[in-house]
Design a protein. Structure first.
Length: 463
C-alpha cells in the first residue's frame, strides 16, 4: 500500500499545557489588527503522485507567501518560497521546491481563473472569553477557482501530470480586543494518547466539550510514514468517546467518498485525581484533573476492529490569570547550587525547597529528550547530586510553582557531562518526574530548571 510521509503534517500529544509563557503588557486601549488577503489552494491526489500548493496574495494582487508539496513514491519535496500575482479574474504562482538542505531542486508554476461565489458575507461579531472581549468586522468571500500546472521542472517535473481541484477565499477583516491589566480565562479540556494494534496510535483532544481525534496506522518508525491516516470530530460524554474519522490517506478513488474509521471507547474508573498550580511572571494557572481508564476499539478499513492499549483519559478544568503586575521578578543573589560544582546532595526521602529566580538564565548543560532532536528551552537551572544505589532512583518536582524540566547527567573524568535522561511534562501535568537506573558507588548530577522562561518556587523530592 502506498505511504505518504507524515513529516510536518501531524502533531501528536495528549493535550497542550494551560500555561502561556508570554507576559502581558499593562492595560491598553483596543488597537485594530487587519487581516486582508486572498488564499488559493490546489490539490491533486493520485496513487503515485500527490501535489498540494497554497498561495496567499494581498487584496491588491501582490504575492504574500505560499508553500507546497510534491510527493511521489521516490521522493517528497517541499516549497516555502515563491512568487506570483492575482487580479482581473486570474492568478499565477510559481513555487521553488527544496532539498533537505535548502537548495532549490525544481519549480512548479500553476495558473488559472478566479470568480466570486455569490455575494460577500458581512462579519460583525463580538465575543467574550473570560473578562476579555474581541470584536471582528469586515467581510469574507468564497471563490470559485480552476487551475492547472503550466510548467514543472527539475526533480518535481512529475507535477506536470497533476489534475487539480482548487478552492479559494478572500477576506478583509479587522479585529479589536480588550486588554485589561489582569485577564482571566476559564475552561475545560482533556485528551488521551493510545497505542492501537502493533504499529499505530490514536490521539484524542477535547477543548471546552468539543472533541477531535487523529488515527494513524501502519507507522514505519524509520521513515515516519504510515499506511492510514484518519481525522475528524468525536463526541465526548462523561462515559464515552465515539465518532467517525474521515480517512485522508490513502485518498479515495475517483468519484468515491472518503472511507471512515470508527472510534468506540468507554471511559472507566478513575485511577488518579489531583490539582496543579503553576506561576511565572504575570501568569497563574490552577487546574483540577482526573485520570480515568480508557478501553475500547478502533475499526478501520482493511484492519477490522483493533483494541487500544496503554491508555488513560485526562479530564480537567482550569483557570488562567494573566497580570502585568503579578508574579515574581528575576534577580537576587545566585543560589549556592547555581553551578555543577555547587551541587546539593539529595539523600533518599529528602525534600529540598528553594527559589530559582536568582539563578543564571542560561543552563550549564543541554537537555534533549529521547523523542526530540533538539534541546528543550531550559532556564534558571539549579544542580543536585545523587549517589547511585545499584537500582532505580526517582526524582520529582511535585509541589513546584512552575513548569519544570529535569536533566540527569554522568560526570566524566575530563569534566564533560554525559546526559542520561531529560524529562519535561508527565501524564499528570507540567511538573517533571524522572526514574533512572544507577550503579552503586557512582555519583550522578541533576540539573533542574524552568521550561522556556519560567522560574519561581522549586520543590525537589528524592523518593
Amino acid at each position: 500500500m502506498a505511504r505518504r510521509s507524515l513529516s510536518g503534517a501531524l502533531a501528536c500529544g495528549v493535550a497542550a499545557s494551560l500555561l502561556t509563557l508570554a507576559a502581558p503588557a499593562a492595560a491598553t486601549k483596543p488597537v485594530p489588527t487587519d487581516d486582508e488577503q486572498v488564499q488559493i489552494w490546489c490539490t491533486s491526489v493520485a496513487e503515485d503522485l500527490y501535489v498540494d500548493v497554497v498561495a496567499y496574495y494581498s487584496l491588491e494582487g501582490d504575492w504574500l507567501e505560499g508553500w507546497g508539496e510534491v510527493w511521489t513514491p521516490e521522493s517528497d519535496h517541499w516549497a516555502y518560497q515563491g512568487d506570483g500575482s492575482y487580479g482581473d479574474g486570474a492568478f499565477e504562482a510559481t513555487w521553488a521546491f527544496e532539498d533537505g538542505e535548502g537548495g532549490v531542486v525544481g519549480t512548479v508554476t500553476v495558473a488559472g481563473t478566479v470568480e466570486p461565489l455569490g455575494e460577500p458575507t458581512t462579519i460583525d461579531e463580538r465575543t467574550r472569553d473570560g473578562n476579555t472581549w474581541t470584536t471582528v468586522e469586515g467581510w469574507v468571500q468564497q471563490l470559485i477557482v480552476s487551475g492547472a500546472v503550466t510548467e514543472a521542472t527539475g526533480e518535481v517535473a512529475a507535477a506536470a501530470g497533476a489534475t487539480f481541484g482548487c478552492t479559494g477565499g478572500a477576506r478583509d477583516l479587522r479585529f479589536w480586543g480588550t486588554n485589561p491589566a489582569t485577564r482571566v480565562y476559564r475552561g475545560t479540556g482533556g485528551g488521551a494518547y493510545c497505542d492501537v494494534g502493533e504499529d499505530g496510535w490514536l490521539d484524542v483532544f477535547v477543548s471546552n466539550g468539543v472533541g477531535s481525534g487523529t488515527l494513524v496506522l501502519g507507522v514505519d518508525e524509520e521513515t515516519g510514514s504510515a499506511d492510514l491516516v484518519a481525522q475528524g470530530p468525536l463526541t465526548v460524554t462523561s462515559q464515552s468517546i465515539t465518532g467517525a474519522l474521515e480517512v485522508g490517506w490513502p485518498p479515495p478513488g475517483e468519484g468515491e467518498d472518503p472511507a471512515q474509521a470508527w472510534v468506540d471507547l468507554a471511559i472507566g474508573d478513575v485511577v488518579d485525581r489531583g490539582q496543579m498550580r503553576a506561576t511565572a511572571r504575570g501568569v497563574a494557572v490552577h487546574e483540577w484533573y482526573t485520570l480515568s481508564e480508557l478501553a475500547g476499539t478502533v475499526e478501520a478499513p482493511g484492519y477490522g476492529a483493533l483494541p487500544i492499549t496503554d491508555c488513560l483519559y485526562r479530564d480537567g478544568r482550569g483557570m488562567e490569570r494573566y497580570s502585568s503586575q503579578a508574579g515574581q521578578k528575576p534577580g537576587g543573589p545566585p543560589p549556592v547550587n547555581d553551578l555543577p560544582a555547587g551541587a546539593v546532595p539529595l539523600e533518599p526521602g529528602a525534600v529540598e525547597r528553594t527559589n530559582t529566580r536568582g539563578a543564571a538564565e542560561e543552563p550549564e548543560a543541554a537537555c534533549v529528550p529521547d523523542d526530540a532532536g533538539e534541546a528543550l528551552p531550559f532556564t534558571r537551572t539549579l544542580w543536585y547530586s545523587v549517589a547511585g544505589t545499584g537500582g532505580p532512583v526517582t526524582l520529582s518536582t511535585d509541589g513546584s510553582h512552575f513548569n519544570t524540566v529535569i536533566g540527569v547527567y554522568l560526570p566524566e573524568g575530563d569534566g564533560a557531562l554525559t546526559q542520561l535522561a531529560c524529562v519535561d511534562n508527565t501524564a499528570t501535568g507540567v511538573l517533571a518526574e524522572v526514574t533512572f537506573e544507577t550503579e552503586s558507588g557512582v555519583d550522578y548530577l541533576i540539573q533542574i530548571g524552568g521550561f522556556f522562561l519560567e522560574y519561581g518556587k522549586l520543590v525537589v523530592r528524592h523518593d
